[in-house]
Write a protein that binds this ligand. Structure first.
Ligand SMILES: [Zn+2]
Length: 212
């Protein structure tokens, strides 16, 4: 038998003792009545950008989906497996979440890979390249409007543009679009700066982010 990693076992035991046991009634309630989060967060897989930590969330409060570069593909019904669409469908139609937040971040490896297509090591499946090609239009926009800018500035701009692309793609989901026009769900963009801890929110009318 392969032993379970000791550092994870230690951390789990710490969680059980320091967090689970003092909150056992809340866990029992969640187990009995199910989850009813009002907020869905889409964030990057990046280990430094954890939504539950950033929003001081307790279990049951946030419905979280993480993927490379916090992207939402456009609505499509073909193909085989649609993990992102399945999570959105469940959150929007079954949990009836009220807010959906796309949270991007600084220093995103996926966005860097999208910008210069050389950063990431890949298999022949080229999963990262294909996934990040969702940002091609945003990439061309950033390259055109930031000629002469440093590469870091361009990455930071593409990180923000990527959030807008995901919001646009979210609105191609007919069921989500219908609920948004009835005011039953609101979509938000947010950007987390890892070095400063600053979270900013997107003002969709100006296209600018403001500090929270
Ligand atoms: Zn990232």
């Amino acid at each position: 038998m392969t032993p379970f990693p000791a550092p994870l076992t230690d951390r789990y035991r710490r969680f059980k003792h320091r967090h689970f046991e003092p909150n056992i009634e809340q866990y029992e309630e969640l187990a009995t009545y199910g989850q009813a989060p009002e907020v869905m967060i889409v964030s990057c897989c990046d280990s430094r950008v954890d939504p539950e930590t950033i929003f001081s969330a307790m279990p049951g409060e946030l419905f979280v989906m993480r993927n490379v570069a916090n992207l939402i593909p456009p609505y499509e019904t073909g193909g085989t497996y649609h993990g992102v669409s399945a999570a959105i469908e469940f959150a929007v139609l079954n949990l009836r979440i009220k807010h959906l937040v796309i949270m991007g971040h600084s220093g995103c490896g996926g966005v860097k890979a999208a910008l210069d297509r050389e950063t990431a090591r890949e298999t022949e499946g080229q999963f990262i390249t294909k996934w990040m090609s969702m940002l091609e239009t945003a990439r061309l926009k950033v390259l055109a409007s930031h000629q002469g800018s440093s590469r870091n500035d361009m990455v930071a701009e593409l990180e923000r543009e990527g959030i807008k692309t995901s919001l646009q793609n979210l609105r191609t989901f007919p069921f989500l679009n219908a609920l948004e026009s009835k005011g039953r769900i609101t979509l938000h963009g947010a950007y987390f700066d890892i070095a400063t801890g600053q979270l900013s929110a997107l003002n969709e009318s100006t296209g600018l982010f403001y500090a929270l």
